[in-house]
Write a protein that binds this ligand. Sequence first.
Ligand code: THG
Length: 262
Amino acid sequence: MLVIGELINGMFKAVGKAIADRDKKVIQKVAKDQVAAGAGMLDVNTGPYEKNPKDAMKWLVETIQEVTDVPLALDSTKADVIEEGLKLVKKKAMVNSANADEEKLNTIVPLAKKYNAFLIGLTMDKKGIPRDKNERTEHAVTIITKCQEIGFNLSDLYLDPIVLPVNVAQAQGIEVLEAIKEFKLLCDPAPKTVVGLSNISQGTKTRPLINRTYLVMAITNGLTAAIMDPLDKELMNAAITSELILNKNIYCDSFLDSYRKR
Ligand code: THG
């Protein structure tokens, strides 16, 4: 599974402050720590309070690339902020994200195509968050159809069924799991899927346990990528073990160590 490190996000207090102060050291440590822990990609989000998100995105991409060359997922609701990052990336980036809204698709899909990036398609539209797996699948079809129209390679698309906090939207957890399974039937080869894992536990008192349990369930249903905390070792162990049991890696007694040495 592709682990996309979630920690370079202005939503986190210390990181938000480092972005505001343009403090390279803090960001570079968070970048290096996540890669050392097994992240194959890093999410980059300037956070909701940044006054100049374009400049912040440019600074973040430059700052991160000074210490690592893992690919970056450029996380913003604004196309011009994402493009600022796309202009600078050294590796094939991920555009995070488009959704099923017509206008959004017409802007973001061509942007991802122009820069030969991966693309996340959130299965929602202007009307907001989907209520069940069927609405998620309808939005997934809209996104896939638009990608085909524009000539965006479907193997570069990751569908995101949108994970919601279990404490306020308890019935949605299973809908997301079912959606992950259903998306796989929409094209051949099956589309890839991604979730923002930590959304599930926001506002709860047992975050690591909820994250870990949900990740295993999502992997069982075929999840191919997750934006998550790679510094949570038990979470990473659960992901590695899930893939072992799904017969994606060969068993040996020291499978955790072997996986980490790859
Ligand atoms: N899908 C896609 N992209 C996403 C998300 C998604 N990007 C953002 C988010 N969701 C995934 N990243 C995070 C990062 C942090 C948290 C949750 C998801 C988080 N933060 C603490 C909180 O809100 O409680 C911040 C507080 C703190 O510790 O300082 O939980 O779904 N495509």
